[in-house]
Write a protein that binds this ligand. Structure first.
Ligand code: NOJ
Ligand code: CA
Length: 679
């Protein structure tokens, strides 16, 4: 029998009390108490955390810390120096977004760690608990006699409890243009974020990051069969991940949490974890619908480079401007106007300023202004960053003097600096530099092949939209995107922020063009079908579902002319004030209603399955009668065999109407609700 003396017993009891007290003290809960974070220090002094949602363990004990070059690591051997708790509840307004105002309500726990052996070794970890999830970040405070810091590995773990169903893209430090996959977490590969999961108890979580500034992009790795995810940062050529000065603040590591799939879409966690806006006068930043000399290039009907099929001629640009002006579209994008396209994908050396002889930028921009249309300039870099950065000042000056307020940038191909990738710190800094220079000169940015969205639109609201997804273009020249691509995307990529997916293709089988495409024979030989795998009603619905403040009506003018369904695009307003996710099942379907002025628009999409929903219209203003302009899949529509069959009906509805929505396989539905007294 073990005998414990009275004194020893008292001592043991007080140690237990202290450690219990310490653990209890380091629990952080969200304002509604449902999200619970527990911060712990292991026996070795390693910082760790767990996360629970409504008492369900979501993230089991997971390590935190940083490994540094030439300095003692910041992984273990810590004690807690002090802890600061605070609460914030504010509502902020934004110039554009899914909702006009955003509530930012969280409880914060700041933990200041010091090395047990040396008090010079310091690491601060900040947690914020929101009702819709959490964020945590590292701070390495000022260090005596050292001025730079080199992170060789960020050792953040996400030890996911259970083995949730997971929707993911494969990690690649050079591209986000991947097919979405659905597997158990243990069966997935290395992951790009946002990665979204559904637990056995029907809770939803999505891991991502917020405010990626002066740091490298994070992907997640794990051993085959394991659900213990570990952060992996895109490296510099010398293998170092992050080069920083003190104090060093990492991006937030975020976990969005919800009891419903739609709750993830409605979450504002990512923008809330960014800094407030830095642009004082935002009156020049305007959401818009746009068209462009674009799809015809991807279908090889016109060319970026000079020659008989050159797309970016003054005449053609004016034709697009006329069409935009006549059809309530606000912008026109022109690609292939500047010299350099002749060596694209070989030398990738562009002239960012000199136009081809058949394109007169001064005249085109003048004409656009006369018609009230924004000209959207285009700068493809081919990844040649040194060349682009050397010309960046002159590019911005050129657009400023032309009076252009929007540009689309592109980074197709490898980054032409040996050892650099699209997602390393070098490029994170480059993308931000472009946004900040553009902001200083009142220019909005739409970036392709970008760094992923981490919510910096809050700080820099001229960062309108970006690609960072396997967009529409892949349908033009590859195996393309499956009908479920966008029904997964709405719950993964879209949680990061707006997307320039470029929807609105009406001729989804390219009927009048494909035989002229140079690669067509090659595709036929490989038994591949080049086409868009949706109905056209779904193309309309995507304009509502896939949020963007710049929505491209991506097809050619020829394919819009004379089409009754084009009326939806004409009427659409993309300057939203509010949203409702009306139904949602990841990878299967989603229906979202968005408000603009006193009108509402609804988009509903499905994967390969046909569906029928009953949708209560209780989001409409009570007591008002609305005219619903419904663009639905015809009864015999099917993405594969009959994609162009669309029906257009008008119906009178009110907030107590329950609308029946029927979607064809690979289909969708788009509706405009307009108060009748407004007609
Ligand atoms: C890829 C972009 O995603 C696409 O929109 C653009 O047309 C081409 N690069 C050329 O810049
Ligand atoms: Ca692209």
């Amino acid at each position: 029998m073990i005998r414990i003396s009275h004194m020893t017993g008292l001592l043991l009891w007080s140690i237990i009390m202290i450690s219990c007290k310490q653990q209890h003290d380091l629990i952080l809960t969200s304002p509604n108490g449902q999200v619970e974070i527990n911060f712990l220090l292991s026996v070795e002094g390693r910082p760790q955390y767990t996360v629970a949602l409504d008492t369900e363990m979501i993230v089991d004990t997971s390590g935190l810390g940083l490994d540094l070059r030439k300095q003692p690591d910041l992984l273990a051997g810590f004690t807690i120096d002090k802890v600061i708790r605070s609460t914030k509840d504010e509502t902020w307004e934004r110039p554009w977004g899914e909702t006009r105002s955003v509530q930012n309500h969280y409880n914060e726990l700041k933990i200041f760690l010091v090395g047990q052996e040396s008090r010079g070794r310091r690491l601060n970890i900040y947690f914020r608990a929101f009702d819709d999830g959490l964020g945590f970040r590292y701070e390495v405070p000022d260090q005596e006699e050292v001025d730079s810091l080199f992170i060789i590995s960020e050792e953040t773990q996400f030890n996911i409890a259970g083995d949730p169903e997971t929707w993911w893209i494969k990690a690649d430090h050079d591209s986000y243009e991947k097919r979405f996959r659905q597997t158990r977490l243990s069966e997935s590969a290395s992951l790009g974020t946002p990665v979204t999961m559904k637990t056995a108890k029907n809770s939803f979580l999505s891991i991502h990051e917020a405010n990626l500034t002066n740091y490298a992009c994070m992907t997640l790795v794990h051993q085959e069969g394991s659900t213990l995810l570990e952060s992996e940062l895109a490296p510099w050529p010398d293998g170092v991940k992050v080069k920083a000065t003190f104090p060093m603040l990492s991006p937030w590591r975020t976990i969005q949490l919800s009891k419903t799939a739609g709750g993830l879409i409605e979450s504002n966690l990512i923008v809330n974890l960014n800094e407030p806006g830095r642009i004082e006068d935002t009156s020049w930043i305007k959401p818009m619908k746009y068209i462009g000399i674009w799809w015809s290039l991807h279908l090889f009907l016109e060319t970026w480079k000079a020659g008989p099929k050159h797309g970016a001629t003054t005449e053609n640009a004016k034709r697009y401007i006329d069409f935009a002006a006549a059809n309530n579209l606000q912008g026109v994008l022109v690609e292939g106007w500047n010299q350099g396209w002749d060596t694209w994908l070989t030398e990738d050396s562009f002239d960012y300023i000199t136009p081809y002889p058949d394109f007169d930028p001064v005249e085109v921009v003048r004409y656009a202004k006369e018609k009230g249309i924004e000209f959207i300039g285009h700068q493809e870099t081919g990844g040649n960053i040194p060349e682009f950065e050397a010309r960046l000042d002159s590019v911005i000056v050129m657009y400023k003097s032309l009076g252009v307020h929007a540009i689309k940038t592109g980074y197709a191909g490898k980054i032409r600096v040996p050892g650099q990738s699209h997602h390393g710190q070098f490029m994170v800094d480059h993308y931000r530099k472009v946004v900040e220079m553009a902001a200083a000169n009142k220019i909005m940015v739409n970036a392709h092949e970008p760094i992923k969205d981490t919510g910096i639109r809050r700080t820099w609201p001229n960062m309108m939209t970006r690609e960072g997804v396997r967009g529409m273009e892949w349908n033009a020249w590859s195996k393309g995107n499956s009908p479920s691509h966008t029904t997964i995307m709405a719950f993964t990529r879209m949680l990061a922020g707006p997307v320039d997916y470029t929807p609105g293709i009406f001729d989804v089988t390219f009927s009048n063009s494909r035989d002229r495409m140079p690669k067509w024979d090659e595709f036929k030989e490989r038994n591949l079908t080049l086409r868009v795998r949706t109905t056209i009603a779904k193309q309309l619905a995507l304009m509502v579902v896939l949020y963007s403040p710049m929505v491209m009506a991506a097809d050619r003018i020829e394919n819009y002319e004379g089409q009754p369904a084009f009326q939806f695009i004409r009427d659409l307003d993309v300057n939203w004030e509010d949203q409702r996710v009306l139904n949602a099942a990841i990878g299967e379907h989603v229906t979202i209603a968005r408000k603009a002025g006193n009108r509402w628009f609804l988009g509903s999409i499905t994967n390969e399955e046909a569906r029928e929903f009953e949708v209560p219209l209780d989001f409409l203003e009570k007591g008002k009668i609305y005219r619903a302009a419904i663009y639905a899949d015809a009864s015999n529509a099917h993405w594969e065999s009959n994609p162009h069959a669309i029906s257009h009906v008008l119906q009178t509805v009110a907030s107590d109407t329950v609308l029946k929505i029927r979607l064809a396989p690979g289909g969708g539905q788009a509706i405009e609700f307009k108060p009748i007294d407004q007609e």
